[in-house]
Design a protein around this ligand. Structure first.
Ligand code: ADP
Ligand code: MG
Length: 695
């Protein structure tokens, strides 16, 4: 209510942008529709005046009165004191610790003020500290609706934002796009819903507005969920229009030859997913499939079998991993399996340079390298494939949204080469399972295969949670394990604020363990090392020449050393649940019983406790994902990692399941019968974000 700021400029902004305009851009408030969809956090009731004799202390209220006294008090802290008397003769003191000369003018004796603030019982009677206030006369009208309070940012005054939103709401095109009868009954139109939510009438139920159960909120959530479903289905239909090479396994072909040389038989779950993938590959449309399976469930061999089918049919394959260590490990394993069968595997990461790189790039371009393994360097601009038939991304959730988008564009670019116009198939792998509700909403156009069983002969990992006061005891356990011919990981926490501290911590721990374990080879692995040094240390550990490996979280993904049977995680309370589970998956890969010790430093937060308890109670990655979802909620679960932006602003997947199913039912009919309306709906809701949904 204090002095209003300048009126916002119209949406088509002038060349020079003011502070508030930049702040609005940061909030994504660019189009009229964005403003119209910027909903209040809460409301203030300025529709009535409370007589002071009816007001209770602690209450936030609006009242009106005439100034009877206005002075600056100099004792103690300098402050402006204004005494007000309302129509019934009751008194109220206004106290301002920060004030300008203009305040005194507005609050001159005899002036009528309308004030709003929290009523407190003070030493000198009832008072308000720093209330909102403005000068009025007897006829100044009251607000006709509740006053919205919007989420805002620095340099963006509430009053400016209110005006901008009100203007955006007036201008926005909110014409009904959905055919009659398609919206769940009892829900208002979008225009009605938004008018209501921005300016609710005085008697609106604040409770249903605040818990978002009001029909106006329901309409918004429904619209949002519908936009998601539409854009997902659209992506799927677009993909179905694209062509891909139909890859069928040949009797006696590479696929069978590989199965014959593997040192183990596939589990039933592996056989099933291999079959699901084979069916996709045999279709003349690009596969878009996620292979999920707990750590250690054997996803790599499934990928190798898919690659064998593609290569057998004369196409190239690319396998990408998020880290060099992991890529290197895949490379070794695949070379071991595939080169004896006469295939050429190329190796491409950021650290392959000069002539070696040139040779690799040429082998990829002329098609002589049938399989290319590496980091995202594989999809760099300068690399182009002769005939890319299948791209495999391991630990796909570790790649950022931008990288995933770049990959898709790259794959599309590959397809137009050589006039073939064929898109490669895409197989993504992840050990972080996507909960079902999320899979339905965010990944509706993604086919999912799940490996739900571990290879036989694994003994379950026992997880122990210890206070770090028992560190010496744990070091004793390491000595025992090494003595028994086993290997050990010691994981140091990632210290977010400081990479330097991180390193210090790992280096100190390394020195301590070297001293405490004489005669034992202790290695050190951290993010600051060059890729080739990392690879060298990892190779030493794999070969058993190092017995203990102190590492920061660089070993988190995919590292496979079956002889490692003990893992210690220091400051386990600082890790996320799925990260702890990934880490733990580095042990328990052989037949020996494995142990994971989670060391924590007291005091633990409630969520910290819940995470460590979940780790001690279950080894099942799906159960871990469920608990993670419970502890963090879906918004954070998806987080920046999965989505790059929080994609659902209003709807909640658990709570709004009925609206989600209604949206799922409506979306295909809308796409078929009203494609233009469907298009406008997606544009209205997602604007530029629609692309993200495809990543
Ligand atoms: P992840 O699913 O975590 O990527 P990997 O593919 O690294 O798991 O496999 C873990 C280990 O299990 C590897 O050493 C792999 O060779 C082995 N493995 C995979 N499948 C089987 C199987 N069916 N029987 C026995 N061992 C297997
Ligand atoms: Mg793996």
């Amino acid at each position: 209510m204090p002095a209003a700021s300048a009126a916002p400029a119209p949406a088509k902004s002038a060349p020079a942008k003011s502070g508030p305009q930049k702040a609005m851009e940061r909030l994504g408030l660019l189009r009229d529709i964005d403003l119209a969809l910027h909903l209040p956090l809460r409301y203030e009731d300025e529709t009535r005046l409370t007589p002071l004799h009816q007001a209770r202390e602690g209450e936030t209220l609006q009242c009106e009165g005439v100034v009877t006294e206005c002075r600056i008090e100099l004792r103690g802290r300098r402050q402006l004191l204004v005494r007000l008397q309302d129509a019934e003769g009751d008194q109220l003191l206004l106290r301002f610790l920060h004030f300008y000369p203009s305040h005194q003018k507005t609050c001159a004796v005899g002036q009528r003020l309308r004030v709003r603030g929290e009523l407190r019982g003070g030493f000198f009677g009832r008072e308000m500290v720093h209330p909102q206030f403005r000068a009025v006369d007897e006829h100044t009208p009251l607000s006709q609706s509740l006053t919205p309070v919007y989420p805002t940012g620095a340099n963006l005054p509430q009053a400016y934002l209110r005006k901008a939103v009100a203007a955006g709401l007036r201008r926005a095109d909110l014409a009904e796009l959905l055919p009659p009868g398609s919206v769940p009954p009892q829900l208002p139109t979008l225009r009605e819903a938004l008018d209501f939510l921005h300016h609710p009438p005085p008697r609106a139920s604040l409770a249903t507005l605040e818990d978002h159960s009001h029909p106006a909120w329901q309409r918004l959530k429904f619209e949002e969920l519908l936009a998601q479903q539409l854009s997902q289905m659209q992506a799927q239909r677009e993909r179905d229009l694209l062509s891909a090479p139909a890859l069928r396994p040949r009797p006696g072909g590479l696929h069978e030859q590989l199965l014959a040389v593997l040192p183990f038989a596939l589990t039933r779950a592996q056989q099933r997913v291999v079959e699901e993938i084979a069916q996709d590959l045999a279709r003349p449309h690009p596969m878009n499939r996620l292979l999920q399976g707990d750590v250690g469930s054997g996803k790599t061999v499934v990928a190798a079998l898919a690659a064998a089918v593609a290569m057998d049919a004369g196409w190239q394959c690319a396998l990408m991993a998020p880290t060099e260590i992991l890529a290197e490990q895949h490379f070794r394993k695949l070379v071991g399996w595939l080169e004896p069968l006469g295939l050429k595997v190329a190796w491409l990461t950021g650290s392959v340079k000069g002539r070696a790189r040139q040779k690799m790039v040429e082998a990829v371009a002329d098609g002589s390298a049938q399989l290319v393994v590496g980091t995202h360097a594989v999809i760099e601009d300068k690399v182009s494939f002769a005939r890319l038939g299948l791209a495999i991304i391991d630990e796909q959730h570790r790649f950022g949204v931008a990288q995933r988008l770049a990959l898709r564009q790259k794959l599309q670019a590959q397809s137009s080469r050589g006039g073939a116009q064929l898109e490669p198939h895409l197989l993504m792998m992840s050990a972080t399972p996507i909960p079902r509700t999320l899979a339905l909403t965010y990944f509706a156009d993604l086919a999912v295969s799940t490996i739900d069983e571990l290879p036989p002969g694994r003994s379950p990992i026992v997880t122990k949670v210890f206070a770090d006061t028992r560190r010496d005891e744990v070091v004793g356990k390491i000595a025992d394990a090494v003595h028994a011919g086993r290997q050990v990981y010691w994981v140091c926490p990632l210290i977010e604020e400081s990479e330097a501290l991180d390193l210090q911590n790992a280096t100190d721990t390394h020195a301590q363990l070297c001293e405490a374990l004489p005669g034992c080879q202790v290695g050190l692995l951290h993010g600051r090392m060059s890729p080739s040094d990392k690879t060298a240390v990892m190779a030493e550990f794999s070969a058993g020449r190092l017995q203990v490996l102190v590492a920061t979280t660089v070993i988190e993904v995919g590292v496979d050393v079956p002889n490692a049977s003990l893992m210690v995680v220091e400051h386990a309370e600082r890790f996320g649940l799925s990260q702890l589970h990934q880490l733990r998956g580095r042990v328990g890969r052989g037949a020996v019983a494995s142990v994971c010790v989670l060391l924590y430093t007291a005091p633990l937060s409630d969520t910290g406790k819940a995470r460590l308890r979940a780790m001690a109670e279950t080894n099942d990655g799906f159960e871990i994902a469920r608990r993670d979802l419970d502890i963090r909620g879906p918004g954070e679960f998806m987080g920046a990692r999965q989505s790059g932006a929080q994609l659902l602003r209003f709807a909640d997947l658990q709570e709004d399941a009925p609206l989600l199913s209604a949206a799922r039912r409506l979306a295909p009919a809308l796409l078929d019968q009203h494609p233009a309306a469907a298009q406008r709906h997606v544009q209205r809701w997602l604007g530029g974000k629609a692309e993200f949904l495809k990543a």
